[in-house]
Write a protein that binds this ligand. Structure first.
Ligand code: SAM
Length: 238
């Protein structure tokens, strides 16, 4: 589901991707990382809260298998296959519940938040970071390329939430959270990877021109891609 190769996901870190959450973490906290993928951010969170325990869950068994097998996994990071819509944990179990790059793939973000909120202890912290496909900079911004990107976003996120980056505060307020704080950061991505990935999603005959445009962009030395990521932290009411 990720638009990055797995080794790019494995280069992610809590310092770079969860810096907005780190000041809230303390030794001994219990953390749930929803949609953890191969676990790189989860490992870092575990180092921050040790000897507290971090559990990573992901709907794809292959991601969980990869996270478990990685040599650098700290002892206090464990993983299991589960959906964010149906978390196999008792109510109020965690001091912190986190999701990075998950919500853009969800058809029903409110249901996911309600389940994340359920497993959070009163006074606990909930944190989301998601990309926003309505806040992107693409160079060079030719009409053909912009329309090829729109086609890709419509296809790839047909069952997701491409504008998830801006939704965090309203989702968390609707779930009854307090002390909601929003920040935003910009990430850039390698057009060679993104262009090829996006082109490969456009397989219908009427999408052929869009796919060709994305492949040409991937090979263009002047190509640039940057995107806003929305970061929201809030607290469950006591
Ligand atoms: C883009 S990856 C992000 C992985 C990791 N959080 C990171 O940032 O490196 C999104 C992950 O969400 C998982 N996912 C998608 N839908 C899910 C669901 N309903 N419940 C749990 N995980 C899900 C996918 O399997 C995938 O591993």
């Amino acid at each position: 589901m990720a638009h990055l190769p797995i080794d790019a996901l494995e280069r992610r870190s809590a310092q770079c991707q969860a810096g907005f959450l780190l000041p809230s973490l303390k030794s001994g906290m219990s953390v749930l990382d929803c949609g953890c993928g191969p676990g790189s951010i989860t490992f870092d969170l575990a180092r921050h809260v040790a000897p507290g325990v971090v559990i990573g869950i992901d709907a794809e068994p292959a991601q969980i298998e990869r996270a478990i097998q990685r040599a650098e996994r700290p002892d206090n990071a464990t993983f299991q296959t589960a959906s964010v819509y149906d978390l196999p944990f008792e109510t109020g179990r965690f001091g912190v519940v986190f999701a990075h790059a998950l919500f853009q793939h969800l058809r029903d973000p409110s249901q996911a938040i309600s389940e994340m909120h359920r497993v959070l202890a009163p006074g606990g912290i909930i944190a989301l970071r998601s990309p926003d496909w309505g806040a992107i900079i693409i160079m060079p911004p030719t009409p053909a390329l912009m329309s090829a990107f729109k086609m890709f976003i419509d296809v790839y996120y047909e069952n997701g939430t491409p504008l998830a980056g801006r939704d965090g505060p309203s989702l968390l307020r609707s779930a009854g959270c307090q002390d909601v704080t929003f920040t935003a950061t910009v990430e850039h991505e390698n057009p060679a990877n993104l262009g090829q990935f996006a082109a490969a999603k456009l397989i219908a005959p009427e999408q052929e021109e869009g796919a060709a445009c994305l492949r040409a962009w991937a090979a263009n030395p002047d190509a640039l891609f940057a995107q806003m990521w929305g970061e929201t932290v809030a607290r469950r009411s006591e």
